[in-house]
Design a protein around this ligand. Structure first.
Ligand SMILES: Cc1ncc(COP(=O)(O)O)c(C=O)c1O
Length: 413
């Protein structure tokens, strides 16, 4: 039988103490209030105005002028599938540079739509030099390069500057999965010349899972337009189908999604009303704090956390020059076995959840998230304090108070 877990309810009404210090303190009440607003019809002018506002808000968050910046219903994976399923046609060559679990996800999605995939891999915890990717692009001549920005499985972030220009030279489209970085680290869609990007709400954006903000540039739009088919029963009398292959998913067909989000408002799915309210409010909360202030908050928390972990004689995982600021990987010390008992005690005794990883890193590293509204000083200090106590109970001798003291030093700088 499933046990009642009071922490879930505490999360919905977080103690003000958990929200001390700079950061979006009011995200939960604001988003929950927004989600409980009365549902409007999907063509109600008030609702379509909210859609337009949401597009404008996410343009700011993605730092883009792309008209086509909108929401796909579903978690981040829905946005990935909508982008890749619409950009990759059967037989299209795709290059996927893989530096963690989510690169494998992009590969799998491209395979399922019939792409001819070339992959390149680097050891988990490291990332690629841009010229390595450029070389692979030269070799494989892909139509699409699909790349994760921050791979949460390895806690590393791939620098993207320069990659967009290389893709343009070779006429490849560049898709980026920014699920784990949007709102926490810069995602410069226009400056980095990214053609299509998707994300989710539940990570650094501090929102609920279930809506995926996407942005589509002119070059990607061209490809989608060449594959555009309007479903039977909706076609205008003068409709001429485009000559490209139809996108295989109906629900995640970018062409039809755009027709619904455009002034045409051509009927497609029924928009998830409450999720749209949530996505809109989440974006407003993030922009109220200020994107740059949010990035600084994530960076500072991550520095403090890493300083604390090091001072506790733990070894950080991955290339530190390419670490994400919103999740930190740390080797599980030998004394703690696969680390599961530590995770359980952290959760049950202190109400703090830390993760392990996937694949060959499962049971080898812990991943400690500092994402979104929880990423603030009291939570960093509490987590280090709790971890010290739990580690000691599990036979890992860590110096007393060293973690919290080191984190304090970072915050005092
Ligand atoms: C980089 C990355 N991409 C994609 C996903 C999948 O997101 P979702 O579970 O919202 O579909 C995740 C989730 O952790 C992620 O970290």
């Amino acid at each position: 039988m499933k046990q009642y877990r009071p922490t879930i309810y505490q999360d919905l009404d977080p103690s003000p103490r958990l929200l001390m210090g700079p950061g979006p303190v009011d995200v939960y009440p604001r988003v929950l209030r927004a989600m409980s607003a009365p549902m409007l019809g999907q063509f109600d002018p008030e609702f379509t105005e909210y859609m337009n506002e949401t597009m404008a808000l996410y343009r700011q968050i993605y730092r883009t002028d792309n008209d086509w910046t909108f929401l796909v219903n579903g978690t981040a994976r829905a946005g990935i599938e909508a982008c890749l399923g619409s950009l990759v046609a059967k037989g299209d060559r795709v290059l996927v540079p893989i530096f963690g679990r989510f690169g494998h996800l992009l590969t799998e999605i491209c395979q399922r739509v019939g792409g001819e995939i070339a992959t390149m891999e680097t050891e988990w915890g490291t990332v690629f030099e841009i010229n390595e990717i450029a070389e692979a692009i030269g070799k494989h001549q892909p139509k699409v390069v699909a790349m994760v920005h921050g791979d949460t499985s390895t806690t590393t972030v791939q620098p993207l500057e320069g990659l967009g220009a290389i893709c343009r030279e070779t006429n490849a489209l560049l898709y980026v999965d920014a699920t784990a970085t949007l709102g926490g680290m810069p995602v410069e869609v226009d400056a980095w010349q990214l053609d299509a990007v998707s994300a989710g709400l539940q990570k650094c954006m501090s929102g609920p899972p279930g809506s995926s903000p996407v942005t589509i540039g002119e070059r990607a739009l061209e490809k989608i337009s060449r594959r555009k088919h309007i479903e039977g029963g909706l076609r205008p009398t003068d409709y001429v189908a485009s000559d490209g292959p139809a996108i295989s998913s109906n629900y995640l067909d970018m062409g039809m999604l755009m027709d619904y989000w455009s002034p045409l408002r051509l009927n497609h799915h029924t928009e998830s009303t409450s999720m749209l309210y949530a996505a809109r409010e989440t974006a407003r909360v993030v922009l109220d704090e200020g994107l740059e202030s949010g990035f600084v908050r994530h960076e500072q928390a991550s520095c403090a956390l890493r300083a604390g972990l090091r001072a506790m004689d733990l070894e950080l995982f991955g290339e530190q020059a390419h670490r994400m600021t919103n999740v930190t990987g740390v080797h599980i010390p030998q004394a703690c076995g696969d680390g599961e008992q530590v995770r359980t005690q952290m959760l049950n005794d202190f109400g703090i959840e830390i993760g392990t990883s996937f694949g060959h890193l499962a049971g080898k590293i812990w991943r400690i998230g500092t994402m979104g509204y929880v990423c603030r000083k009291p939570n960093i200090l509490r987590s280090l304090n709790a971890l010290e106590a739990v580690l000691r109970r599990n036979g890992f001798d860590t110096p007393k108070n060293a973690g919290v003291d080191a984190a304090y030093e970072v915050y005092d700088e």
